[in-house]
Design a protein around this ligand. Structure first.
Ligand code: NAD
Length: 482
């Protein structure tokens, strides 16, 4: 299946408003995870390209972009959002073909990207400093200022959403960005950058250097002339990024993995809970940082929940992204190997149900799998799988549920299914997570809702208004005037 007509050249980097090949002239091949066919050649950016992109970003700050008012920045972001919406069909198809996600999910990601632009476009002129009452004869106030040049390293699983939330907030606050998309999937990153140019974003305010993590990614993370870096990806790479940034004393936002639990109590509305319990675990073939990979169920309703979730799994169909089934393939052969390794490690456990692969296409397909009675210390209950696998774990008391829920290295998202308001409040406070949902999970993605982790899930917050504070810093001005 050929790509739709492109309005950008996928083999180029965007540096200082110009689309140009990598300085080495080298390219990397993007393949379609649904059938293994060649999609496009992308630039294999080098450290020289990252140097040029960082210099272009500084030039933008010294020029039109640095002089743009908050209102002007907001208008540009809003225009980008409009252009994104006008290109919904193309962007959705590109994301589906590049990432392997079902078309409907890819379309939702386009809408989310547009929402980020609308949200941060509207918010750009609503963030301001304060006056501080101080000693007689002084006037003290704060200025909220951009960091300067911000680096953004993003993964392949939700390119549009992650670019929207991090680049959107950084631009709203007046930073100039250098974006390093993932080598496995970066077509929508390039498309977004072209649309941003068309919307009037000044040259150099957003630069994109595709390439390998160990090359372009490492060059950006360790660059001595950036002022902030936002990284979304695996824990191991996050450590490398934070270590590299530390050499330059550059602040870091880390959005890493998770092992997020849903806690189902006997008094829960199971009809309402069921779709959330299942869908939020297998969405995007489980390749979601906030996937609910652990389902903790009070023992008196455990068999019922297991039976009902198993029935949902039996109806799941796995097929190429453009066929828009429940799930598409995994991103790569490597990811399939990793997930298959976990399935092998679960061979001693009870498989409650599996979905069906309904294609012969040579993509990276894995049947979604639900494991029952998983011991809380088992690797399936402790480690991030990043595939369509969920672990059911029974519990006997609220204290036990909390101990299991908090008993991993991660802390990204959690949910509580119960009608008991006091329990909801107790657990919402006690759960180790950046987001807690009461009788829902994910709240539809929530552009407006601050998001981020604790522990090995990372630190810092993106999304919502909070991200605007995160992508800016305060200056205090104290005037002694008598
Ligand atoms: P990854 O860490 O391998 O890659 C992420 C990005 O980092 C890519 O752009 C890659 O090129 C780059 N990179 C790789 N090595 C690098 C290096 N040495 N220096 C600098 N950059 C480097 O992660 P992945 O496997 O692509 O993504 C999956 C992981 O991301 C999962 O653990 C998932 O939970 C996490 N994730 C987290 C969130 C979140 O918001 N918390 C969102 C999506 C994914």
């Amino acid at each position: 299946m050929p790509l739709p007509d492109l309005f950008f050249d996928p083999s180029k980097c965007l540096i200082g408003g110009h689309w140009q090949p990598a300085s080495s002239g080298d390219t990397l091949d993007l393949t379609n995870p649904s059938d293994g066919t060649h999609l496009a050649a992308i630039a294999r950016g080098t450290s020289a390209d990252v140097d040029a992109a960082v210099a272009a970003a500084h030039a933008a700050l010294a020029g039109d972009w640095g002089r743009a008012t908050a209102v002007e920045r907001g208008r540009i972001l809003t225009r980008i959002g409009q252009l994104v919406l006008e290109h919904t069909d193309t962007l959705a198809k590109l994301e589906a073909m590049d990432v392997g996600k079902p078309l409907t999910q890819a379309r939702n990601d386009v809408i989310a990207l547009a929402r980020y632009m609308e949200f941060y476009g509207g918010a750009a002129d609503k963030v301001h400093g304060e006056t501080i009452p101080y000693m007689d004869g002084y006037t003290v106030y704060t200025l909220r200022e951009p960091f300067g040049v911000t680096g953004h390293i993003v993964p392949w699983n939700y390119p549009m959403q992650i670019i929207g939330r991090s680049v959107g907030a950084a631009l709203a606050m007046g930073n100039a960005c250098v974006l390093k998309p993932a080598e496995e999937a970066c077509l929508t990153a390039l498309a977004f950058a072209e649309l941003a140019q068309q919307a009037g974003l000044p040259a150099g305010a957003l630069n994109v250097v595709p390439g390998l993590g160990a090359e372009a990614g490492a060059a950006l993370a360790g660059h001595s002339d950036i002022q902030h870096i936002s990284f979304t990806g695996s824990v191991n790479t996050g450590r490398l990024v934070q270590t590299a940034a530390a050499q330059n004393v550059v602040p870091v936002t880390l959005e890493l993995g998770g092992k997020s639990p849903q806690l189902v109590f006997a008094d829960a509305d199971l009809d309402a809970a069921l779709p959330f319990l299942v869908n939020t675990g297998i969405q995007n073939a489980g390749q979601t940082c906030s996937a609910s990979s652990r389902i903790l169920v009070e023992r008196s309703v455990y068999d019922e929940v297991t039976t009902r979730m198993a029935a949902a799994y039996q109806n799941m169909r796995v097929a190429p992204a453009l066929e828009d089934a429940t799930l598409g393939p995994l991103i790569s052969g490597r990811q399939k190997e990793l997930v298959s390794g976990f399935l092998t490690k679960g061979a001693d456990l009870q498989t409650a149900a599996q979905g069906q692969i309904i294609t012969d296409a040579p993509g990276h397909y894995v049947a979604p799998t639900l494991f029952a009675d998983v011991p809380p210390d088992h690797t399936l209950a402790q480690d991030e799988i990043f595939g369509p696998v969920q672990a059911l774990i029974p519990f006997d008391s609220e204290d036990e549920a909390l101990a299991i829920a908090n008993g991993t290295k991660f802390g990204l998202v959690a949910s509580i299914w119960s009608q008991n308001g006091a329990r909801q409040m107790r657990l919402a406070k006690a759960l180790k997570a950046g987001q807690v949902f009461l009788n829902n999970y994910g709240a539809g993605g929530g552009v407006e809702l601050p998001f981020g982790g604790t522990g090995h899930s990372g630190h810092g917050r993106e999304k919502g208004f909070e991200a605007l504070f995160h992508f800016s810093q305060l200056k205090t001005v104290a005037a002694l005037h008598g």
